[in-house]
Design a protein around this ligand. Sequence first.
Ligand code: ADP
Length: 264
Amino acid sequence: MNKLIPAIKVKNLSLYYNTQKILEGVSMDIYQDKVTAIIGPSGCGKSTFIKCLNRMNELEAQVQVEGRVEFYNQNIYERRINLNRLRRQVSIVLPKPNLFPMSVYDNVAYGVKILGWRPKVELDEIVESAIKAADLWEEVKNKLHKSALELSGGQQQRLCIARALAVKPKVLLMDEPCFGLDPIASMKVESLIQSLRLRSDLTMVIISHNLQQVTRVSDFTAFFQTNENRIGQMVEFGVTKKIFSNALDARTREYVLARLGCGK
Ligand code: ADP
């Protein structure tokens, strides 16, 4: 493997929703241009964790954070951080497509327009290239001005990915991107993740309960679990192959074994 450069360094991160401690002492590096998977049982804090990486959870709840999250060496929890810029650079795709009730084109152009006026021809190019990058162009090129809400669930999810890509994020966070999709739609999203993985300018973090999928799409895996006080912790982080074949921690081995049905 080439030299690994951390895009994000998480250092001893703990998080409280109101006064309830949800995550404790999480430390890990998220490497540039690699795919890092976050796995673990429901409720162990996976979504909460990835939303810490672009401070998204502050939009949903009263949050208190201890520790540091450094995005290219800048602590994103510093006061002077520009949150809009951070959330463009570290973009998130949620489990359920959250498109705006607008056309396919306007959904993708939305974030780009907020950044400032551009000539229409330039905007058209950005929209087309983001939709192509999301493997959706052939399916929607004749529907660009129809409502995005008329697309199928899988197409809507790939359109959310196109919308995220249009503002050229450095990191793409994906919280269960195949949630609720049928196997064919799910495979399309997975093959999109594989094609994005080939790019040299995108770091990805993905939460998935489908461990077979995790073995196919990720380079690194972090296993999270709640402790005896029901607080989420990162049990183990490592190269995906190692986590799935020879994890160091017995709790990781047990989880992987139970979910995959075999130890390898
Ligand atoms: P996972 O993604 O692993 O299923 P979550 O991060 O969604 O876990 O949830 C971890 C814990 O945080 C759960 O106990 C959940 O109830 C709690 N939680 C999640 N979101 C909020 C919120 N907005 N306000 C308060 N508690 C929350």
